[in-house]
Design a protein around this ligand. Sequence first.
Ligand SMILES: NC(=O)c1ccc[n+]([C@@H]2O[C@H](COP(=O)([O-])OP(=O)(O)OC[C@H]3O[C@@H](n4cnc5c(N)ncnc54)[C@H](OP(=O)(O)O)[C@@H]3O)[C@@H](O)[C@H]2O)c1
Length: 335
Amino acid sequence: MKLNKQLVVKQFSSEITIASDVIEKPIPVLWENDVLIKNIYVGINALYDRELYQGRVPYIDIDLPYVFGVEAVGVVIEVGKNVKNVALGQAVSTVKVGTAYQEYQIIKQEDVIKIPEATPEYLTLNPTGVSAYLALKNVAELKDGEIIIVSAAAGGLGHIVVQLAKHKKCHVVAICGTKEKVELLKSLNSCDRIINYKEEKIAEVLSKEYSNKIDVGFDSVGTYMFDAFLQNLAPLGRLVVSGLATELNAPYFEKREATRVYESIYWKGASVRCFMNHLYREQHQEARNYLFDLYQKGELRVKVDQTTFSGIESIIEASEYLLAGKSCGKVVVRL
Ligand SMILES: NC(=O)c1ccc[n+]([C@@H]2O[C@H](COP(=O)([O-])OP(=O)(O)OC[C@H]3O[C@@H](n4cnc5c(N)ncnc54)[C@H](OP(=O)(O)O)[C@@H]3O)[C@@H](O)[C@H]2O)c1
């Protein structure tokens, strides 16, 4: 009997080493509409996972032990007797909370997303690239030629955001925290200004160079980064909160004595908006079509972090690596 190695949440904790465990379970017999996939690469969403294994994602009910991980690419190795449209050996992409961090997974045939090959690049495009596309379209409402500033710009999400923004002929300001990330951003040929926040002070640079000029702030960091973006929004500017890396691990969000957020934005008619990928499910196919096409035409570069992580056990190491802010591009684990 084939065994399936899985990384599961066994108890709630803020430390992945305490929260998780590696277990092995037999692969169940397939139902008639089921498709069995051998996962080949899984994507690491360490900031999201950390909320999940603390039981703090409000829309997810967790029954322990709980397999976690969101996205994987792999190949079909078995199908149920009613499965007609999926052949053995087909490369597929899967995106669902609670499915990825395991060697095998079973999905319904209607959930299969066919991809040309099970590579880290397609894994990055779906769903990280999809998030970039949907957030820019629906939340940022980015228009041609606008000024956009992107934090965590050399990360999995950020490096796609800056490229899509450049496709709209925007002036792109990219923020990151290491020299390696600066080099990655330069290689994309999409950024007009790159700020390494370890070498330049964000608030000072923005007030000097972009005061009242930011049409779109695209922030995944929060706290001081959010404040600096908010302070410098243009009239009708949009500040998109796509992540809160600096807030999420604390027991409570930072409490501050300050006026309400509308003081900064009312007279500018500006706004603060939040993005949440799963709320745009009906647009996922459109986003994938757009991104896969761009990638296949060579008009979108997908950067995958070059550190090698192999096997279910190394998901923990890969997560710690991302949380330490070391990653350049998308972090993936080869199973
Ligand atoms: N809302 C949604 O639906 C959605 C969907 C996808 C992703 N996201 C969010 O988008 C962000 C980017 O995700 P990603 O997977 O592509 O990660 P990532 O950007 O590859 O990695 C996170 C980066 O955030 C920066 N960072 C700043 N402060 C940090 C802190 N305290 N801890 C950890 N990282 C910190 C670091 O880059 P620098 O040092 O260069 O700043 C780090 O490399 C995350 O916050 C994620 O939760 C949200």
